[in-house]
Design a protein around this ligand. Sequence first.
Ligand code: SF4
Ligand code: SF4
Ligand code: SF4
Ligand code: FES
Length: 961
Amino acid sequence: MHTLIKEIDYGTPKSEATRMVTLEIDGQSVTVPEGTSIMRAAMELGTKIPKLCATDSMKSFGSCRLCLVEIEGRKGTPASCTTPVAPGLKVKTQTDHLADLRKGVMELYISDHPLDCLTCAANGDCELQDMAGAVGLREVRYGYEGDNHVFAKNNGSENFRYQPKDESNPYFTFDPSKCIVCSRCVRACEEVQGTFALTIDGRGFASHVSAGMDEDFLASECVSCGACVQACPTATLTEKSIIDKGQPDHSVVTTCAYCGVGCSFKAEMKGDEVVRMMPYKDGGANEGHSCVKGRFAWGYATHQNRMLKPMLREKFTDPWREVSWDEAIDFTAKRFLEIQAKHGIGSIGGITSSRCTNEEVYVVQKMIRAAFHNNNVDTCARVCHSPTGYGLRQTFGTSAGTQDFKSVDKSDVILIIGANPTDAHPVFASRMKKRLRDGAKLIVIDPRRTDIVRSPHIEAQYHLPLLPGTNVAIFNAFAHVVVTEGLVKRDYVAERCDLEDFARWEKFISDPKNSPEALEAITGVLAADVRGAARLFATGGNGAIYYGLGVTEHSQGSTMVMAMANLAMATGNIGRDGVGVNPLRGQNNVQGSCDMGSFPHEFTGYRHVADNTVRDLFEKLWNVELDAEPGLRIPNMFNAAIEGTFKGLFVQGEDIAQSDPNTKHVNSALESLECLVVQDLFLNETAAFAHVFLPGTSFLEKDGTFTNAERRINRVRPVMAPKQGMQEWEVVARIATAMGYPMGYTTESEIMDEIARVTPTFAGVSFEKLDRLGSVQWPCNDAAPEGTPIMHIGKFVRGKGRFMVTEFVPTDERTNRFFPLILTTGRILSQYNVGAQTRRTANVAWHPEDVLEIHPHDAEERGIKDGAMVSLTSRVGAITLRAVIADRMPQGVVYTTFHHPVTGANVITTNNSDWATNCPEYKVTAVQVTVSNRPSDWQAEWEQRETEHKRVAIKPLVAAE
Ligand code: SF4
Ligand code: SF4
Ligand code: SF4
Ligand code: FES
């Protein structure tokens, strides 16, 4: 049955205390943790005490005076939201006296509020309206003659007008005439989001919410997370979608499809139309918070560019032809079989997508292994977190982060390296910032002064602006300090780690060549700062390392992951709350796509294809003989395509032509293919070279699971039927069947059951369990039926933790007088990855183009003015983009994003890659920057192709027949 899920608002946050307190409320006994408010304790009994300024996502404030109660033996009528429980209290929540007081309070509020409820967007979802009803308010004796918040005087004349609205934010409106100045929005921005964009200015009737001096919301510090909108009890802050479409009538709990935080949302619906995405309080990863992308940027699902019909063409230079699903599937299967007959079994392969569900990914890799009869499967994780899998497996024994997000609440020292959480993992960043405001220390290692280094009420103890490409050197220096200054947790190491490996590592790391002083010239970081930061990490209590692609996307990405694991083990920081080595995963399901057997050498659960026992298990279940040889990685596929031995590629939901390095090389490989099949929402850059286009489903149509950065398996539930008529896995299963390997799944749940059967870490996972528990973190099996929030407690998965020698080897990519600067790349908050989704939403208001950040001195040397167009040239290519002068950049380093294909950031990134996993070295490219007033050759080429694309791609969105 369709219902609108309304979560209980307990008024004040849950107390984490373990001591329990028993009291009496309205004659009923209730036992709650010490520190609980009377308001919350009453709510536990189902008694709703009227309230306006309190909500359970933030600390109580005590300003509205609506929640008054009487307590036996105490004078007055204390506010229940700010009064904690105490043993034996006898509380009354309903008396005539309290009723009179509450009516009086509500009368004052209502007299300062427009009475336009019938036409108000919040009608039916307004706490002010609810409270007026709850206290039985029947008349209001005061009018608007005096000062009030509803009307603004019009230049002192007798004419009055409503306070003007602020409509600047693309997603929500601010209507001050409806504001009751409860400050919930201000507190949400501070406590939940940690941005501090709002204040209450003025006093009395002049008091009002302000987003900054003379600033509207769009121009302010606001990052459009929507926490204030969610907290507002009136229609003052309201989603524009609610104003346009009205109140929703049912909701479906699902998971955001943007980043690896994996926030849970209630998709609030009217029919099969989304009206609003509301963060879900029971979501294990986000606990009711969100960022601008998850909450607001979902409109791409119905964007006019979305393709809904399968299409074919003989040559990629031909025009597309819309065809039936049957024809597209038969054509694909026939082409792939023909290629294999002509060029061999290994001449085709596929790439899985970290945007897709575990079930969709599993089916693609199964098609490749069982129907293509080879292991030529790789995933987009190759170009982001493959070193994480390798490095953590070598040292700890499992290819995943060690903690849950909540763990950071217990950290004392947080070390962030190569990650920019406020932009790339915003909801987790809010959680981390809260812990930092509460006293944890912060070390940031990043060439740029990222926002978290200095933000309201947060100042990093150390920001170490190292030169790109020197991560391993700086971590070796950290470890050198720990070892040589006697800061190793010897007991921990003796009990938990392999001592032979430790001894080898200790000897290596103690060598003076690894001292901060010896490495200062290489890293560019003062030795004294490295020493100070290392001492803080080793002695400051629970130390937690958080890292991102600034660690992995290097020629020594895997070495660096192992260096972090070494440091964590040496300082005893693995295996409990508050510590750990934590990869901040980029895409929504990058953990899952790796878990699902997307690498060419591994089945699900990271088991090698050469392992006879494991292969035997799959062969029996799948009823097919499987190849024991690892297949091709993505870069090998490209090389083999150019050499002429690799001819057919299935690409699931990834835009390799935009996201992979050295675009010209990638494009040459794609041009060489005889059959390129793209399964996607939009005709992306890769599709320009495709022979078959299979329209995909958005997350709003998918049924399945995503696994986030903390190994949390979340349900993705469809809120509408697939717009193109079929689930993506059904299409893949039909291609496999047409190629001679029957796949007869009927539901996504059946696919998960098979995953559980063949994957020990997923053995206890089922849709039924996920629906019952909300989510589980793998390993989930007989030993841990409800999942494993924190790994390696007591002992490492591999038995003894293994220290690895991490010799620093500089990258081959060097600066010289022709290419004197280093380019590093990354993301910004409002856009996502290749931008295919976010560019098709109003998020472009914040980031309409990729820009080049450059240090003032580097800019001045080149005569570059802020906002000028510049040419960015590397050894492999050149592009043109706008320069922005930024003093957060260190001298000698420039930075850009890759969200807009017209920029072509990857035209200039090189083929260098991690020695162990081939993860590309996106973060270090030697470049030159010069003033330029003409588009690059790349841009002209792209624009020509885009014109071709548009000719066939842009059409109104219509449901598939
Ligand atoms: S949307 Fe978020 S960042 Fe902006 S004012 Fe509201 S709470 Fe603050
Ligand atoms: S905008 Fe909403 S939440 Fe903020 S003070 Fe006004 S009524 Fe309260
Ligand atoms: S933090 Fe990530 S998962 Fe959460 S809402 Fe934002 S983009 Fe979605
Ligand atoms: S809800 Fe307690 S004072 Fe406002």
